[in-house]
Unconditional design. Structure first.
Length: 54
């Protein structure tokens, strides 16, 4: 059997339609959840460079 390219038989949507859908289904977070998310993002550090000590 000859390999074929990937295909999706179901209908797809455009990027603009997807963004519009996201705008209608966005999660609503409480203030404490937003604060926790902001704190985690602020404390985020890049991964340790395992080659830095060489």
């Amino acid at each position: 059997m000859k390999p074929t390219r990937a295909s999706w038989p179901e209908d797809t949507i455009t990027a603009s339609a997807f963004l519009a859908l996201l705008g209608t289904r966005r999660a609503h977070l409480r203030a404490d959840e937003l604060e926790r998310t902001d704190a985690l993002e602020a404390s985020d550090q890049p991964a340790e460079d395992k080659w830095a000590g060489r």
